[in-house]
Unconditional design. Structure first.
Length: 517
């Protein structure tokens, strides 16, 4: 079987087509965008195909018809005119100061000034941009196409530096504002990014901009649907199944569990992460490909700074304007988690316009929790995977003292860290740990007589755990017994361990514990 050439890391449509890399046809959306409106914004997580989309639009508006042979748009477009295209990409740059931003903008301005004239090269960047657009329109007789890729990269890079971000906002406000004043000279414009920063005037001043990020009509403009997977990659699934000694049906189910699950609108089909899916087909094995390309350090800072309850990663609710608008340092990490791809839409309540969010798939869940564990716990000298494996083995084999001692090592907090809400901090650590362990875990388990702090279930055992921050281990056990927390599990054949855990604010860890069978 001739295997496909997967376009991993290939962001240029022309090079992709000329070199024979496989392309999942999205060109019907190119035509839909070009013929429906004029100025758009699209938010998608990183590594989701935004840059390839921009490159495809560039080739289309440059009239490179030969690149689209055999694709959907070939039967839709009749004219194929060559428009002047200004394509600016903010992705490949480290933003450390104002010069970093100015330099990348100036580099693109100089590129297009060499084509359309540099009479304004000593003026401000926005004046130079205006001149280029006017000159391109005048010289070609056709309005200009403007493509701005990863418009928000400078803002995301400085999310923890309010002073520098304010400077960036002022620069970008003036630069992007040109799109409004030059409307008569623009044929088409698209800005892509991860987040929608409400302080950048493009979203408040540019009243003709259409945000398609959460529209059903464009839900799968990036990424791969289940139907596209079956239509384009059935042979790849079969080959991967053969290599891993399993059936195509089982392999398809594993791929879905690992990489499917994104939803970008209220009626969105399930979307596979294209970067992870193509990497899996290329390597012929499942892996954490997307998560390995970037570590969300700033997300951890946001979550810890605002005492975010990690249990809310599943089932948190928000309105559309909440999850699509981001301030420089939001009090709520949920919008950044959603727009960055760590949360996705799981449900929608049309009566109140409320979205339910959750982790999209196994790759994201495992990757994010593995990344969070060392930041919340005392795990420093061993990998989270090894530490969790040891914890699981203790729990599965009923080694209670070893189990709690290992729990104690997880709860050793980062030295000199200021923790405001100790109980939430401990609960977050245990939630991360047990979720990674793949155990059944429910915090604040409700019974008819009270609420259990945590229940952990394995094949042979139940662990009923009560925590006391301002009390004793004896009081924790007494509460378990007094409120009959073990009663819901009494008919089960598994052995029940009741564990009372006493915390100390001074040591920031477990002081004592008592175990009853």
């Amino acid at each position: 079987m001739a295997l496909k050439r997967y376009p991993i890391g290939i962001q240029g449509f022309e090079s992709l087509r000329n070199a024979g890399f496989y392309y999942v046809d999205k060109t019907q959306y190119i035509y839909q965008l070009a013929t429906t409106s004029k100025v758009y914004f699209l938010s998608r997580p990183r590594r989701f195909g935004k840059s390839l989309l921009m490159s495809t639009l560039e080739a289309y508006f440059q009239g490179k018809r030969e690149l689209f042979a055999g694709l959907a748009i070939e039967g839709l477009e009749k004219e194929w005119r060559e428009f002047p295209v200004l394509h600016i990409d903010f992705n490949a740059k480290n933003y450390q100061d104002t010069d970093s931003l100015y330099n990348i903008i100036k580099r693109y301005l100089e590129k297009y000034e060499s084509v359309y004239g540099n009479e304004k090269q000593n003026e401000s960047i926005e004046e130079r941009f205006v001149y280029i657009i006017e000159a391109a329109h005048k010289q070609t007789g056709l309005p200009v196409v403007i493509l701005i890729d990863e418009y928000d990269k400078p803002l995301l890079a400085t999310i923890d530096d309010e002073e520098l971000q304010q400077q960036y906002r002022n620069i970008l406000k003036a630069f992007y504002g040109v799109l409004k004043t030059m409307d008569n000279h623009i044929r088409f414009a698209l800005l892509t990014g991860v987040s929608k920063f409400s302080h950048v005037s493009i979203f408040s001043d540019l009243n003709n901009l259409q945000d398609i990020s959460m529209l059903d009509d464009y839900a799968d403009i990036c990424g791969i649907t289940e139907q596209e997977l079956r239509d384009n990659f059935q042979d790849d699934i079969e080959e991967m199944a053969r290599r891993n000694d399993t059936s195509p049906e089982e392999m398809a189910a594993k791929l879905q569990e690992m990489y499917d699950g994104y939803h970008f609108s209220k009626n969105s089909p399930g979307i596979y992460n294209p970067f992870s899916l193509l990497n899996a087909f290329s390597a012929k094995e499942l892996g954490s490909y997307w998560f390995a390309t970037g570590t969300p350090t700033y997300l951890v800072q946001l979550m810890k700074q605002h005492d975010f309850d990690i249990r809310e990663l599943e089932g948190t609710e928000a309105a559309a304007d909440e999850i699509m608008n981001v301030e420089s340092m939001s009090d709520n990490p949920v919008p950044v988690l959603y727009q960055s791809g760590y949360l996705t839409i799981k449900g929608y309540d049309p009566e109140f316009g409320i979205y339910t969010l959750g982790l999209p798939n196994k790759e994201v869940k495992r990757g994010l929790l593995n990344f969070l564990l060392p930041h919340y716990s005392g795990i420093k000298n061993e990998s989270p995977t090894f530490a969790v494996a040891s914890f699981v083995k203790d729990a599965r084999n009923g080694r209670v003292d070893s189990f709690v001692n290992r729990l104690k090592s997880f709860l050793a907090t980062i030295p000199n860290e200021q923790i405001v809400n100790y109980e939430l901090h401990y609960e977050n650590v245990i939630f991360i740990l047990t979720s990674l362990a793949g155990l059944y875990v429910k915090t604040e388990y409700r019974t008819g007589t009270g609420r259990i702090d945590m229940v952990i279930q394995t094949d042979k055992y139940y662990y009923i755990i009560e925590f006391k921050l301002n009390g004793t281990a004896e009081e924790a056990i007494a509460q378990i017994n007094r409120k009959d927390y073990a009663l819901p599990f009494a008919m089960d054949n598994r052995k029940i361990y009741k564990i009372g855990i006493q915390f100390s604010k001074e040591t920031r860890n477990i002081d004592r514990w008592i175990v009853e069978e």
